[in-house]
Write a protein that binds this ligand. Structure first.
Ligand SMILES: [Zn+2]
Length: 446
């Protein structure tokens, strides 16, 4: 091949510097309203993306589709008992500090599961060599322990992603650099017995007294500023990495360390936080360590700006960008979002997959159900039942993934959709629609 051709093809051969991960369903409307009512920033990931799209740094097609994580995979980190409990309004009411009557189980669990799916996809992206760095514009749910959620954290995205990577054969050590203001009890407790996962944390609020061997936990009882914080980080993190010798690093980039934060009590400035975040990314790049970044906490308006600066830096940009109010409704953003989940009701194929009752349900006979049986059930509960009874596994065995289960509001119909495995842009197909009225059950298509 001639030198000229080499030159022409070079940009296409180049590995991307970073991949971004986000799904329009990250933002549960109930939780957005709750945050706004408390005067806290909401829609951080969406606003960051909107700003990047507006500035031309992210174009339609840049953010790729990824599958919704199955409940079975959540069980790689969480206990079955907890996965059952979490479908109850009372559990979510406690985790988010909202009254039970305001809890919308499917909306909240859907949002959390998508964010977990984003961290899992980001992990696959760095481990497959697609890019050395991946940023999930959400996630960082580090208070979720295997058997308990708390502090706005239901499922632990980093915990699940590590467990999933293990299942897929990744066997090197893992480091979690947790720089959220609050200590990440979920990861510390979750990997307490695992000698291959190490937690590094600088924090101002203790959430667990569990230690774990090889972890670095430093709590500050006073309002620490930029220089002292960066100095401690600069002195302790490289040595920690030398010792832990990871093959994969997670960075929970909590921006509740900002001096403006209503829940955090550190005194870091936007400039200090930007230096911190860049330093982490540079440090991992120097060591050629695959890095997955999640946003974590951050509740002041400046947290949106900090997340934007971090993401721009990840994309190799040094331009001045501003996280503007209201930009999340922009036309540019809609075009970017359209490519993330190509599901479109009008594009559903008429041809479906014909399965009979016995294939699909086995012992779980929907004909025995009565009308409105599911009226008080969430789609999450129905899906969990299908997962534990092996119904969904049948679809995966047939070569499908990204299974989504929904229940109509009257509780008379279950819809199961999925995509052929590995075809990220393929639309969802209706696998089965199970409806019943009285004694009549039909599986569509027939
Ligand atoms: Zn926090």
């Amino acid at each position: 091949m001639t030198a000229l051709w080499e030159k022409i093809l070079a940009p296409w051969k180049q590995r991307r510097q970073a991949t971004l991960w986000y799904h329009p369903r990250y933002d549960a409307p109930t939780l957005v309203r709750l945050a706004q009512a408390l005067g806290m920033i909401a829609l951080r990931g969406k606003r960051v993306l909107a700003q990047l799209a507006d500035d031309g740094l992210v174009r339609p097609g840049d953010l790729k589709p990824f599958p919704l994580i199955p409940i079975a995979d959540l069980e790689l980190f969480h206990s079955a008992a907890y996965l059952e409990r979490v479908g109850r309004k009372s559990t979510l009411s406690r985790i988010f500090g909202i009254p039970e009557h305001e809890v919308k189980v499917d909306e909240i669990l859907g949002a959390v599961r998508w964010a977990v799916s984003g961290t899992v996809a980001a992990t696959r992206s760095v481990l497959s060599g697609e890019a050395p760095l991946a940023v999930n514009l959400g996630g960082g749910f580090h208070h979720a322990e295997p058997n308990m959620g708390s502090g706005f954290c239901v499922f632990n995205d980093v915990g699940v992603a590590i467990a999933k990577a293990r299942e897929e054969g990744f066997d090197k050590n893992v480091v979690i650099v947790d720089l959220d203001f609050h200590q990440g009890n979920g990861n510390i407790v979750g990997f307490l017995e695992d000698p291959t996962v190490f937690n590094y944390s600088l924090h101002g609020a203790i959430w667990t007294h569990a230690e774990g061997s090889g972890n670095f936990n430093l709590n500050f009882e006073r309002r620490i500023g930029d220089e002292e914080y960066l100095d401690i980080l600069g002195k302790s993190l490289p040595a920690f990495l030398d010792k832990a010798r990871p093959g994969l690093v997670y960075f929970i980039a909590g921006h509740d360390v900002l001096d403006t934060d209503p829940l955090g009590h550190f005194g870091l400035t936007l400039d200090g936080v930007e230096r911190r975040d860049r330093r982490i990314m540079e440090l991992m790049a120097e060591r050629k360590l695959p890095l997955v970044v999640t946003l974590g906490g951050g509740y002041s308006a400046a947290a949106c700006q900090a997340a934007l600066q971090l993401t721009a830096a990840a994309l190799g940009q040094r331009r001045e960008l501003r996280c503007a109010e209201g930009i999340e409704n922009s036309h540019q953003l809609r075009k970017v979002l359209a490519g993330i989940d190509p599901w479109d009701p009008e594009f559903r194929p008429q041809e479906g997959f014909l399965l009979n009752d016995a294939d699909l349900w086995g012992d779980l006979d929907p004909a025995s159900a009565s009308a409105g049986l599911l009226k008080d059930s969430s789609a999450y509960e129905v899906e969990r039942e299908m997962e534990t009874s092996g119904v969904l596994e049948k679809f995966r065995d047939m070569g499908f993934e990204d299974l989504r289960v929904s229940v109509d509001p009257r509780g008379e119909k279950i819809l199961i959709e999925a995509r052929p495995a590995g075809q990220r842009t393929s639309p969802l197909q209706t696998m089965s629609e199970i409806a019943w009225r009285g004694d009549t059950t039909s599986i569509i298509p027939e």
